[in-house]
Design a protein around this ligand. Structure first.
Ligand SMILES: *[C@@H]1O[C@H](CO)[C@@H](O)[C@H](O)[C@H]1NC(C)=O
Ligand SMILES: *[C@@H]1O[C@H](CO)[C@@H](O)[C@H](O)[C@H]1NC(C)=O
Ligand SMILES: *[C@@H]1O[C@H](CO)[C@@H](O)[C@H](O)[C@H]1NC(C)=O
Ligand SMILES: *[C@@H]1O[C@H](CO)[C@@H](O)[C@H](O)[C@H]1NC(C)=O
Ligand SMILES: [Ca+2]
Ligand SMILES: [Ca+2]
Length: 277
């Protein structure tokens, strides 16, 4: 082994010596022309070729080489066996809106709420109370008007209406006056006939009309304080005032008049003046 190395070293050493000499000659030759003469006199000629040396030992493993260029694309391979499952893919785009779902079941009923705050009800109660009063009055008026329309009689100047409520003379007069009228005052035959027909058709035997001699016995006046003038329709034998208590007047179903006690309670006839133009 060592002898082979020595031989190699000797071989290379000779070459190195030759190389140095050649460089020196060439160098002088380039830098310094006058040395040409010197070189020509010192020229060393190579010797004869030596015997072939023995094969050297294997060298150490060299460093890894650079990565080579990419090779050409290979041919498409045949379909292989089904491989293992791949990785999970990316999340897809958001889908369209779905159909409306079915109606759900009814929920459990909620808890009972708290009691409300106390309102200022006094004011409202008063208003409602007044409303009730007004409604009651209106109800009465409507009832009255209904009855009037149902059985009213009229002349050019007045309406006549039989009130089928039993009242004494004073109460009856007030009832008519409260409604803007007075007890009926027949001052002529036509009017008396109309009222008489009304009374008889209503199935009554008697009804108060607006006449009396309360103020002065035997001096009959109408409810408006006007005295009887050209017209009267007393029943034969009336007014008689047998006991001195017959100071009011009732009309009989015949249309005839009879002085009667003011305190008896019977139906009565009101009259209302038509609205003047
Ligand atoms: C009106 O009067 C009638 C009877 O007269 C009665 O039945 C009715 O309840 C009254 N209505 C009101 C709102 O007062
Ligand atoms: C009728 O006369 C009497 C007594 O003078 C009086 O009290 C009454 O108010 C009078 N009535 C009318 C409707 O004028
Ligand atoms: C009463 O009769 C007289 C005479 O007949 C007459 O002049 C007068 O106008 C009549 N009065 C009334 C209110 O009809
Ligand atoms: C007149 O009135 C009186 C008292 O109410 C009564 O007793 C008498 O029968 C009446 N006369 C007639 C004819 O109805
Ligand atoms: Ca009398
Ligand atoms: Ca009488």
């Amino acid at each position: 082994m060592s002898s082979k190395k020595e031989q190699q070293l000797r071989k290379y050493g000779t070459l190195v010596v030759l190389f140095i000499f050649q460089v020196q000659i060439f160098g002088f030759d380039v830098d310094n022309r006058p040395t040409t003469d010197v070189c020509s006199t010192h020229t060393i000629l190579p010797g004869p070729k030596g015997d072939e040396g023995e094969k050297g030992d294997r060298g150490e493993v060299g460093r890894q080489g650079k990565v080579g260029p990419k090779g050409p694309k290979g041919n498409k391979g045949t379909v292989g066996d089904i491989g293992d499952q791949g990785m999970i893919g990316k999340i897809g785009p958001i889908g369209g809106k779905g159909d409306k779902g079915a109606k759900g079941f009814s929920g459990v009923p909620g808890k009972k709420g708290k009691a409300g705050t106390v309102c200022d009800c006094g004011r409202y109660r008063r208003v409602v109370g007044q409303l009730n009063v007004n409604v009651a009055r209106l109800n009465t008026s409507i009832k009255f008007v209904k009855n009037v329309i149902a059985g009213i009689r009229e002349t050019d100047e007045k309406f006549y209406y039989i009130v089928k409520e039993e009242k004494n003379y004073r109460e009856a007069l007030m009832h008519c006056r409260d409604r803007g009228g007075t007890l009926a005052m027949p001052k002529d035959e036509a009017t008396n006939d109309l009222i008489a027909d009304y009374v008889s058709k209503s199935g009554l035997f008697r009804a108060f009309i607006g006449m009396n001699d309360i103020e002065k016995e035997g001096q009959f006046v109408y409810a408006d304080n006007t005295s009887l003038q050209n017209y009267s329709n007393w029943k034969e034998g009336e007014p008689n005032d047998p006991a001195g208590r017959e100071d009011c007047v009732e009309m009989l179903s015949t249309g005839e008049w009879n002085d009667s006690e003011c305190q008896v309670t019977i139906y009565f006839v009101c009259e209302f003046l038509k609205r003047r133009k």
